[in-house]
Design a protein around this ligand. Structure first.
Ligand SMILES: [Zn+2]
Length: 345
């Protein structure tokens, strides 16, 4: 029984002890709470006062110089990035814009009465921008001849000149340009017309002043055919030798004419196989040979005019029939006669 009481009283004592600890703790917590609340209120008041007088903003410096306060860093920087990529105008040749450097931002509290000026900052940054334009040059022999806006236009010009088989096509190139100034552009057609060069073809010009075909050769002399007849042998390598001229066959006595005006430098029998031979010198190292004649009508040193009869056709020297062997030599070297006469026959 007694044991029970003691235990109860002990319990009682313990219970009193516990309650007092809790009470004291609650008081202490209450005090702390009050302090925290007071601090919070004070903080709110301070923030309120700050917020009333101040706002957050960015100090913006550019090239180390203060250029203003900005309200929204992200919006302003995005606008600047767009400018660097595209420039201010919608010119389709703008490649990019170069600015000195990027602006630097620093977060700060700014008095509400101080104005932020994002637009002014944007203008200050972009005013230093240098716009680079991209376009293409059409070069002839490494020199810029025309400019076009787009690469496909340049390609079009090259293709058109190829189609027209322009003589200078190998010397025409496309070069890409990045420049701070835009060149003046030329239309595709004008470029093609300006660059087109006709292929140099040594075409004979047919003259109507003579009954015979007269050809203006690349030697600068016009020649007439020395005799009428059938071509029986052409210039070049034959079975037995290298034929240095052209053979025109007709009956004995057919008139042989001087192909061009000149001086007779040889008019006699030739033992080398030419038979009765006439050589006329036309100047500039150009000579014509008339071989195997039956008769000669001119002599050495005589000047002759174009078309003048100088001999009669024959078969003297090494010959198998009546014909005229005609040669043209430039500085002693035999040329293909059909470059100059009997063309296309
Ligand atoms: Zn011959």
């Amino acid at each position: 029984m007694c044991h029970f009481i003691v235990k109860l009283s002990h319990c009682k004592t313990k219970g009193v002890l516990n309650i007092s600890i809790i009470k004291r703790s609650i008081i202490r917590i209450r005090a702390s709470l009050r302090l925290i609340i007071l601090l919070c209120i004070a903080l709110f008041i301070i923030i309120g006062i700050l917020a009333f007088f101040y706002k957050t903003a960015y100090i913006v410096t550019y090239n180390g110089e203060f250029i203003g306060y900005c309200e929204s860093k992200s919006k302003l920087q995005e606008k600047i990035n767009t400018y660097i990529e595209n420039g201010n105008s919608d010119n389709q040749n703008i490649a990019y814009v170069q600015i000195d450097s990027m602006p630097k931002y620093e977060l700060t509290f700014l008095k509400r009465n101080i104005q932020t000026n994002d637009n002014n900052i944007y203008n200050a940054v972009t005013s230093t921008g240098v716009t680079y334009y991209n376009y293409f040059a059409i070069q002839l022999n490494g020199e810029d001849k025309y400019f076009v806006s787009k690469y496909y236009e340049a390609e079009d010009i090259i293709n058109k000149l190829k189609e027209k088989d322009s003589n200078n096509i190998d010397n025409i190139k496309i070069a890409e340009r990045y420049n701070t100034e835009l060149a003046s552009f030329t239309s595709i057609d004008d470029c093609v017309n300006g660059l087109y060069e006709k292929k140099v073809v040594k075409k004979p010009t047919y003259s109507t002043t003579s009954s015979k075909a007269t050809y203006v050769s690349s030697l600068g002399i016009s020649f007439v055919e020395p005799a009428q007849g059938i071509i029986t042998s052409r210039f070049g390598i034959r079975k037995r030798d290298n034929h240095k001229g052209i053979d025109v066959a007709n009956s004995i006595g057919t008139p042989i004419r001087a192909s061009a005006a000149g001086t007779v430098t040889y008019a006699q029998y030739n033992n080398g196989g030419y038979g009765y031979l006439v050589i006329i010198s036309h100047g500039n190292g150009i000579q014509t040979y008339y071989a195997h004649n039956s008769k000669l009508y001119v002599s050495k040193g005589q000047t002759v005019s174009q078309g003048q009869v100088i001999a009669a056709m024959g078969s003297t020297g090494i010959s198998t029939g009546s014909h005229c062997h005609w040669e043209i030599r430039v500085n002693g070297i035999a040329q293909n006669p059909q470059k100059y006469i009997y063309k296309g026959r």
